[in-house]
Write a protein that binds this ligand. Structure first.
Ligand code: ADP
Length: 575
């Protein structure tokens, strides 16, 4: 805020933007500069905001959104007009779908050239409306701080999401007197709301009468930092729990009440489900039969009133913050010393199923033949991972199988393709996570487990990783294709019969692609591995090289697949 002394100084639009963001406690900006936003990035650095220059706006926007999820406060994605902004839309959509706070700042064409066919002119505010909670252009330089405050506040309050602020090019270097600018203080932390006590009563009654209860922990619970209260609910009330992909780690995956290894059975037979910050969307099979009982009683906890009752009418509507509402539930349950017994038929069913599934996976993981299968690879990765690392994961089988094997012990330590199922998020997410851990817990590593196809979407961000020397280990699980591919001999044989554009399976990628060389090209460490022994050595060497990024390119059997699934919902392609 300006002191009386400098109130009469002139200040540029770029400075006003940067100072307004800093006043709202924005700490990170990711982007790609060009006309008309270069000065904004420079001013942000002067204002104490870290600026990370990326190679594609998509990845920059994914990165900024991940900071919002990891820290609870939005980061900024800074992009140029027209095509720059359009590239960033993927990140905005992804962030909004995931309910993560994000601010996108887009440069736009000069106000006095509007409708004239200006350079990269595009209806940016209107376009962003579909991808955000709030989309606006400040009416003047003086109004910039109030619009930025509103964007930051809107991104965090209620259901979090993306917000867009449009900055015409002629605003950036124009000057105004400081005293004319409507500076705004940092918005208050997001308000915490409690559920209606009568709904809490209904929820507690349903839980106490449950024969086969289940707690589902979603990424809304992770975002609300509900780990302490949810852990008490599990530990002290003895309830079985199932994390969603990014709900992993709110309660440690290795806790005996985690029934992830019996996921299908737990969902299919639970009679009362306490849904903590997770939507009944495709990830949870809409809460409908055959994946759920037709008479399942859902106790739904969500910050967004419109979400309550989507697809299934709940037995109790708990509108409020997951952490605060869980504390309300705990108070009622623990006051009456209620605990779900550990010797029920339900526990026996779940435990038997878990043991059987774990045995099946163990058999696959113990195979030592080359080329390796997914389970063998993940067994070695799991053994090498420190408990506190952040796992980023994407790909089809790589993400699905990896999720079942790799464990999370801390909340907000897993980032993946998420609600929108977006491929290409991995490197941006890893860069964001690495920036956050570099500042908050420098001993932590970020491990980015990618399918070879997923890696390809933003592989050039390896240069960004090396430029900032980020503590990231990328593991590319390489099966030469999307879902699966061809081995080198079959590929070469195929080439003899014609043009690959006419005959190559659309799922196939170049066999034995040397992705690790992208890392060595920029000064990081690269490993090309085929055998379990080579993989173990590459992992151990990568983790010991504390301050050097690395990429381990792991060749697996191009036809390796998941173990047989009871339901085909997410694996229904017959390719
Ligand atoms: P998952 O992918 O883990 O199943 P979803 O993204 O589908 O989770 O659902 C997260 C839900 O959490 C959203 O409906 C969102 O409104 C809700 N949510 C976000 N923050 C909070 C919060 N602080 N308290 C309660 N619910 C929240």
């Amino acid at each position: 805020m300006a002191s009386p002394m400098d109130a009469q100084q002139s200040v540029t639009g770029a400075q006003i933007i940067a100072e307004a963001l800093a006043a709202q406690d924005v700490k990170y900006m990711f982007g790609i500069v060009g006309i008309p936003v270069i000065e904004i990035a420079i001013a942000a650095q002067v204002a104490g905001i870290k600026y990370v220059g990326m190679r594609n706006e998509q990845a920059a926007c994914y990165a900024a959104s991940a900071v919002g999820y990891l820290t609870g406060r939005p980061a900024v994605c800074l992009v140029v007009s027209g095509p720059g902004l359009i590239n960033a839309l993927s990140g905005m959509a992804n962030s909004n779908m995931n309910c993560w706070p994000l601010i996108v700042l887009g440069g736009s064409s000069d106000t006095n050239q509007e409708t004239m066919g200006a350079f990269q002119e595009f209806p940016q505010v209107e376009t962003c409306r579909l991808y955000s909670k709030f989309s606006a252009r400040p009416s003047s330089l003086e109004a910039i701080p109030t619009v930025i405050e509103k964007a930051v506040r809107s991104s965090m309050y209620g259901r979090p999401g993306a917000c867009y602020v449009d900055i015409p090019g002629d605003f950036v270097n124009r000057m105004v007197t400081r005293s004319d600018v409507r500076y705004t203080e940092c918005c208050l932390p997001r308000p915490i709301s409690l559920a209606d006590p009568s709904e809490i009563y209904r929820a507690v009654t349903a839980l106490k009468n449950a024969k086969q209860p289940l707690l589902i922990v979603g990424k809304g619970a992770a975002f609300s930092c509900a780990e302490n209260s949810i852990r008490r609910l599990v530990y002290e009330c003895g309830l079985p729990f199932l994390p969603t992909p990014m709900g992993k780690g709110v309660v440690p995956d290795n806790h005996p009440n985690c029934v992830a290894a019996a996921r299908s059975s737990a969902l299919q037979h639970a009679d009362v489900i306490l849904l903590l910050g997770a939507r009944l969307n495709w990830i949870l099979h809409f809460g409908l039969p055959p994946r759920f009982r037709p008479d399942v009683k859902i106790i739904q906890v969500d910050i967004c009133a419109e979400e309550l009752g989507n697809n299934v009418k709940p037995v109790a509507n708990l509108l409020g913050d997951v952490n605060a509402v869980t504390q309300q539930l705990l108070e009622q349950l623990l006051n009456s010393s209620w605990k779900y017994p550990s010797n029920t038929e339900w526990w026996k069913t779940l435990t038997t199923k878990m043991r059987a599934n774990e045995e099946n996976a163990k058999v696959l993981a113990s195979q030592t033949s080359v080329p390796m299968n997914y389970y063998t690879v993940f067994r070695h990765v799991k053994e090498a991972l420190p408990e506190n690392c952040i796992i980023v994961s994407e790909g089809a089988n790589t993400m699905d199988i990896g999720r079942t094997v790799l464990q999370n012990f801390q909340p907000r330590h897993r980032l993946d393709a998420g609600t929108f199922g977006t491929m290409g998020v991995g490197l941006g997410f890893a860069i964001a996570a690495a920036m956050v851990v570099k500042d908050d817990s420098p001993d932590k590593r970020v491990v980015c487990v990618e399918g070879d196809s997923a890696f390809g979407f933003s592989g050039m961000e390896v240069e960004t990783i090396c430029r900032y020397n980020l503590p990231i280990i990328i593991i590319v699980v390489n099966n030469n294709g999307i879902y699966n591919g061809l081995d080198e001999d079959s590929w070469n044989e195929m080439l003899k019969s014609g043009d690959p554009a006419s005959i190559a399976p659309p799922v196939s990628l170049k066999p034995n692609a040397r992705y690790e060389q992208i890392m060595t090209a920029f000064g990081g460490k690269g490993y090309f591995v085929h055998t379990p022994g080579e993989l173990q050595r590459a992992l151990s060497s990568s983790f010991s090289e504390k301050h050097l990024p690395s990429l381990i390119n792991v060749m697996i059997d191009p036809q390796s697949d998941r173990k047989k699934q009871e339901f085909h919902w997410l694996t229904r392609s017959n390719l």
